[in-house]
Every structure is written in C-alpha cells, then in structure tokens.
Design a protein around this ligand. Structure first.
Ligand code: UDX
Length: 435
C-alpha cells in the first residue's frame, strides 16, 4: 500500500521518514521546491534530533519526494495532509493552505479511479473537516465521500525535539470520521504500525476538539505554575521548584508541564490557545479560563524584564547576554520564542544584546541581522556583559561555572529556568520563581 504525505514540515517529514524507514512506500510532496530538493538529498531543512538519520534510511528504503501532487492522488491509498495552519492577526486560524491542498486533491480525484483515504493531520478548529474540507473535496471531485474517497481527521501530538520518537510511539491515535470500511482500513494501518497505542475512534469534530483541548490543557498547566512561580518570587525563601516537584507527586496532578519559566512559546501552544479562544468567542462561549492562561503567559515576559531591570538597576546602554533563543532545547526553532520577544524589548530599551544558542543562531540572524551580536561560545558571549539571562534549558547552560563568568563586566545572572539554582557561583543570582 502506497502512502502519500502532502506538506513536509515537522509533522509531515517526520511521518514520511518514519514510515519510509520502516519500508512503507511513501511519496512526499511539498510546494516549496528547494525544500523538496534538500529532503531528496537527505538533508533535513530544520534541526530535529534523529530526523536526518531516519530520513536517509527512509530514502534508501521506501521514501521518494515527488514534483506532482497527481502522483499521490493517483497512486496512494492513504493521503496524509500535513500542511501548516498558521495564525492570522486576530488569532484565528488561517485555513488557506489546507483549503488550497484540498481543492487540488479534489480536482485530481475527479480523473482517477483511485479511492483514497484523505487524512487530515494538520490542526484545524472543530467543524473544519466536516464543513469546509469535505464539501470542497466533494464539489471539486464530483465524487461521493464514503464511496469514492473518505476523509478522516487524525490529529498529531508530536513534540518538537522528540518528533521521531513521538511519531514512532504516539501515546494515542485519534481517528475522526464515519464508521465504514475506510475507517476499518485506517484502524488496521495504525494497529499494525503502533500495536501498543490506544486507538480512539470518534467523529471529526470531536477529533479536532481533542487536539485543542490537549494543547489548551498543557498551556493551562504551564500558566498555572507560572502564576504560582510569581507568587513564590515575592515570598522570601519560597521556591517554585519544590512546590512543583511535590504537587507533581499527586497522581491527580502529575509531574509533567510544571516547569515555571518565561512562558510557553513555539509553533503550537500559543497558536492553538489563541485559535481556541477565537473559535470559542465566535460561537458565543466566553473562554474565561483560556483568556487567563494567555494573559498570564504574556505577563511572564514583563516579570522577566522587571527582574532584569531590578538586577541591573538601569538597562539602557548596557550589554546584556541572552543564553538561548530557541523556544526549547534540542531545536533550532525560534517561532514564537519568548527569548525573541525579550530581545525585541531590550532593543527598544537601547540595550546592547549578545546572544548565544547551540543551534538557533542562524535563524535568529534572520530576524535581527546586525542589530545584535552573535557568539558561538558561552564564555565569549559573556565577555564584557553586565547581565546574563538564561532563557532556554539547553544542557550546556547547566554547566556554567565561575570560569565562564570571569570575562563578565558585572557578574549578574537572571535565570528564567533556575538551571543554576544549586551551583556555587561567584555572581548575583536572580532566579525566576524563587523568593
Ligand atoms: C507542543 C505539544 O507538547 C505537542 O503535543 C503538540 O503536538 C505541539 O505543541 P512543542 O511545541 O514541541 O509541543 O513543545 P512543548 O514541549 O510542549 O513546549 C512548549 C512550550 O512550553 C516551550 O516554550 C516550553 O519551554 C514551555 N514549557 C513546557 C514550559 O514553560 N514549562 C513546561 O513545564 C513545559
């Protein structure tokens, strides 16, 4: 059985690589030709642990990139749509890419005898598959869903930096659609691929809702602990680490996603919470809790800035080093990274900014050009600096010692992740969440 993957970003490329490496015949399509060429040559267009290795193995076994979408529509039994659904200015979801792909697939379906299952992996607000994509495919193809083709919603839960592992071993498989032969085929496909993962079969609206509920809950956990962190920071001696570790032992709470920090970033949580808020308001349900989750998240940056101001007494004209610009460790992704927002704020305050990041320097250069200084080694990045701000939990930063700090003009550390809370450093130390 041939599998098609349309859109070779984090989700699509991870899926195509994992399936290809397992020996499935996979055809991958991306409208960005230069990206496609890179992938064809075995180079991942972004940094993701294990991805390039898996991609190369897939290219040797069963994965081919193609130039024409028609090859997928004519040949593949399963067609995964994994294109981006970015955020618009008002926070709502931008469906233009996925609508365009559905229209193209619909046009091609018209002239094929193939009866594929079209699987929507992209994150879309509840009702999109049923009310937007299905009618579009029907209209363009002049064919009947459930007979000539099927559409199944199959949200993805993979984490960046763990994309390959999560694709190989998802904690759950969610399938939304009708209960017919197509659904059975899909269930069998996933059962063979992930025999241990529970498979939840529901309708498409619920499948779409599950994805938003999942990410909204994760964001809520982070904002909750960030609020507790802010309270701790104002109580001399109180420590959010001990609070989080202890409440995490309650099985009803659980230990994960209780790391207080500068607020959540990345390509998913901020966008999905905003889309849920926008969607909810649109149908007349006031999302009071999610509004608060977002407000707390945005407030974290202000707390961080005021901590930096307090630590340095005056920031204008000073050199400050930012350690970490990626939104989390083990990725070069800076999309919606709080660190980038902090640098923008510091530049407004006329701060001279130096940055260090083990992987994200090139991406950061694309935003700030020559407005800031980029340095490859931690020690050099701290040279002449009057304050170091730890933003990302890169492992390297947990090993910072007095030797690294020696070239600093003033030894001040603001640590948004408390990585150095237990280190014996000859510096003034301002951790977020410790009073
Ligand atoms: C997230 C979801 O975890 C994943 O299931 C979904 O498919 C896509 O969105 P990802 O964006 O890769 O994955 O990153 P994640 O590990 O969830 O972290 C998101 C942000 O939250 C990061 O900025 C991270 O630093 C922050 N975070 C996470 C915290 O501040 N504290 C935590 O305890 C956990």
């Amino acid at each position: 059985m041939k599998v098609g993957v349309v859109g070779l970003g984090f989700v699509g490329l991870s899926l195509a690589s994992v399936l290809g490496a397992k020996g499935y015949k996979v055809l991958g399509f991306d409208s960005d030709k230069s990206k496609s060429r890179m992938i064809k040559n075995g180079t991942a267009p972004f940094y993701e642990p294990e991805l390039e290795y898996t991609l190369r193995s897939a290219l040797k076994k069963g994965f081919t990139t193609i130039e024409e979408l028609a090859d997928i529509v004519n040949d593949c039994k399963l067609i995964f749509i994994t294109v981006g659904t970015p955020q618009q200015r008002d926070g709502s979801i931008d469906l233009s890419l996925i609508k365009s792909v559905a229209s193209q697939i619909g046009d091609l379906l018209k002239n094929t005898i193939n009866k594929p299952i079209i699987i929507v992996k992209s994150t879309v607000v509840p009702g999109t598959t049923q009310n937007v994509l299905l009618p579009l495919l029907k209209k363009r193809s002049h064919k009947a869903p459930g007979r000539d083709f099927a559409v199944i919603t199959n949200p993805e839960f993979l984490r960046e930096s763990m994309a390959i592992e999560d694709t190989k071993k998802p904690h759950v498989v969610v399938l939304g659609g009708g209960s017919d032969g197509f659904m059975n085929m899909m269930k069998k496909f996933y059962h063979k691929l992930h025999s241990d993962a529970p498979i939840i079969i529901t309708n498409s609206q619920t499948a779409e809702m599950i994805k938003y509920a999942n990410n909204s809950f994760l964001a809520t956990k982070i904002s909750f602990i960030n609020q507790i962190s802010n309270i701790c920071q104002s109580v001399p001696g109180a420590n959010v680490e001990d609070v989080a570790r202890t409440i995490g032992l309650d099985p009803r709470i659980g230990p994960l996603f209780l790391n207080a920090g500068p607020g959540y970033g990345g390509s998913c949580l901020p966008k999905d919470v905003k889309a849920m808020i926008n969607f909810s308001n649109g149908i007349g349900i006031k999302p009071v809790l999610l509004d608060a989750v977002e407000t707390i998240n945005e407030h974290q940056l202000k707390i961080l800035l005021s901590t930096i101001k307090k630590a340095t007494s005056k920031i204008c004209g000073k050199r400050i080093t930012i350690l970490g610009t990626s939104f989390k460790p083990d990725t070069d992704d800076i999309r919606d990274s709080v660190s980038i927002k902090l640098i923008e704020l510091l530049l407004k305050h006329k701060v001279k900014v130096t940055i260090h990041d083990p992987k994200a320097i090139e991406n950061t250069k694309k935003i700030f050009g020559n407005k800031i200084r980029y340095v490859d080694s931690i020690k050099d990045a701290l040279k002449d600096s009057e304050c170091a701000v730890i933003m990302t939990s890169w492992k390297e930063y947990t090993k910072i010692n007095n030797d690294h700090l020696s070239p600093m003009r003033r030894k001040i550390i603001v640590d948004s992740r408390r990585l150095l809370a237990k280190s014996d450093l000859d510096a003034r130390y301002f951790p977020i969440g410790i009073g």
